[in-house]
Design a protein around this ligand. Structure first.
Ligand SMILES: Nc1ncnc2c1ncn2[C@@H]1O[C@H](COP(=O)(O)OP(=O)(O)OP(=O)(O)O)[C@@H](O)[C@H]1O
Length: 466
């Protein structure tokens, strides 16, 4: 059953007997290249939306102008497309400042936003003093006690206020789609700053305003946001009559256990793409690792859509192992139909159509290696002919079948060559492979031979480049 909103959007729910199509968003900050952990979040959101015929929004959390850049925003769009996700809608927070102004005015009118004047040094000194006294380092709300005369006096000193949201200080609970019932005691938290001294807005506010405006029904994100959710539910409830559902999935970490960071460029999608990993393998590993489901190759994103089930996500962080990814890339290639790779093969200058693809796909660690095998088929290559095998190979050339070179030409050839040469097993097959492909191993000869063709095969068996 579709996990429905906790309280429900009255606009949507009023006329709906079945749950409305869900609206989900992936909201990265364009401050670095997306990594596989970000991909996990993007995929869970996009594929859940697809599962339920909903909407997937790509939203750039780009209000931090000092750290955000258009270059990173473009890279994110490229990476999201590479994963095979097509957002139904794209939004930029930096273009929505008017909406945040309105929300701030509303919170001020509700008495939920108050100005505070402490500098970062003063706040740090307060935190240290509380720690020394064995108290949690939360903000003491001194600014709430300022009287009417104190604020102008502080401003006369040249201080500009930042604005804090006055938390209710209660147990905020929600039914998390991944973690079950969750509670955050906001009495243990500092009132969050929503507006900086310079008037810019913090993510805690902008994210909530957008989720309300865009009627987001399900907020799916990493468990790094659990505490944030306690705070954000309070803000959502202050601004709106309903709360979306939340789901916090476990985080992906490096094999060493170290966390991933966009800013530090860990396991970036771009680097994995440049290393030749398949996007479907990245998607499969990013979605399936750290769940109770088996990690296995898929031939399309649709196969992953069917597997999206938040209840199957584990609680512990999951290691993302690049070696496992490489193996999954090879296993994925083995499952890909020709249509899925035709354009990319053409881009590598590979011909041969479906027959060539089916012949080589089981022998590739990376798609680009198909071009090497195409070179083997097309030639010219220098055949490897051991002196002891030269006579046998000349005999083999003479026995190459006449007529159509179809799928059983190899079987017909071997059937004639085996009794004529008296050879069997490795002594029969190995010199043929070396002469025809110049390599010790590779795709089955029965699939390669028709592609190599009679003329080239004949030349190579005679030790001539072909
Ligand atoms: N290691 C991770 N595993 C899974 N999800 C993650 C991971 N890191 C971030 N996310 C999720 O990716 C989404 C986008 O996050 P965000 O843009 O803040 O990236 P970040 O990697 O946390 O950023 P930064 O390194 O810039 O602080 C969030 O929903 C966040 O929970």
């Amino acid at each position: 059953m579709l996990p429905s909103p906790n309280l429900g959007d009255k606009r949507v729910m009023s006329h709906a007997s079945s749950p409305p199509p869900p609206v989900l968003r992936f909201a990265p900050s364009p401050t670095g290249l997306l990594h596989v952990g970000n991909a996990r979040t993007a995929l869970y959101n996009a594929l859940f939306a697809r599962q339920w015929g909903g909407t997937f929004i790509l939203r750039y959390d780009d209000t931090d102008t000092a750290r955000s850049s258009d270059t990173f925003a473009e890279a994110i769009a490229e990476d999201v497309a590479w994963l095979g996700l097509a957002p139904d809608r794209v939004e930029h927070q930096s273009r929505r400042l008017g909406r945040y102004d309105e929300a701030v005015a509303r919170l001020k009118a509700l008495g939920r936003l108050y100005p505070a004047y402490e500098t970062e040094e003063e706040l740090e000194a307060k935190r240290q003093s509380r720690r020394r006294r064995g108290l949690p380092p939360v903000y003491d709300r001194a600014a709430l006690k300022l009287d009417a005369a104190a604020r102008p006096a502080l401003e006369a000193e040249g201080r500009r206020p930042h604005w804090r949201f006055r938390l209710d200080g209660r147990q905020v609970v929600w039914d998390d789609m991944v973690r079950g019932r969750q509670g955050v005691d906001t009495a243990t938290l500092s009132d969050p700053v929503l507006v900086r001294e310079d008037g810019s807005y913090l993510y805690t506010l902008t994210s909530v305003v957008d989720d309300i405006d865009m009627s987001v029904t399900h907020v799916v994100r990493g468990e790094d946001h659990v505490t944030n959710t306690g705070v954000q539910i309070e803000i959502i409830e202050a601004l709106s009559g309903w709360v979306p559902r939340f789901g916090h999935h476990n985080l992906l970490v490096l094999p060493s256990g170290e966390g991933l960071s966009k800013r530090l460029g860990h396991l970036s999608l771009r680097a994995l793409r440049e290393e030749g990993e398949e996007s479907l393998a990245v998607a499969a590993l990013a979605v399936l690792t750290g769940t109770s489901l088996a990690v296995e190759p898929v031939a399309s994103l649709e196969a992953l859509v069917a597997r999206i089930d938040f209840a199957k996500i584990s609680r512990a962080p999951a290691r993302f192992d690049p070696a496992e990814l490489s193996a999954l890339t090879a296993a994925t290639l083995l499952h890909l139909p020709f249509e899925a790779v035709a354009n990319r093969l053409a881009g590598f200058g590979v011909g041969g159509g479906e027959g060539f693809w089916l012949a080589v796909r089981g022998n590739l660690a990376r798609l680009a290696e198909a071009a090497d095998w195409w070179g083997v088929v097309e030639g010219p290559l220098s055949p490897v002919v051991a002196p002891d095998d030269a006579a046998f190979l000349a005999q083999a050339a003479a026995l190459l079948p006449e007529g159509a070179w179809d799928s059983d030409v190899y079987a017909r050839w071997i059937a004639a060559l085996k009794p004529a040469s008296g050879r069997a097993g490795r002594a029969l097959f190995h010199p043929l492979r070396l002469a025809l492909t110049g390599r010790e191993s590779g795709p089955e000869m029965k699939t390669l031979l028709p592609l190599i063709g009679r003329e080239r095969a004949s030349a190579r068996l005679r030790g001539e480049p072909g």
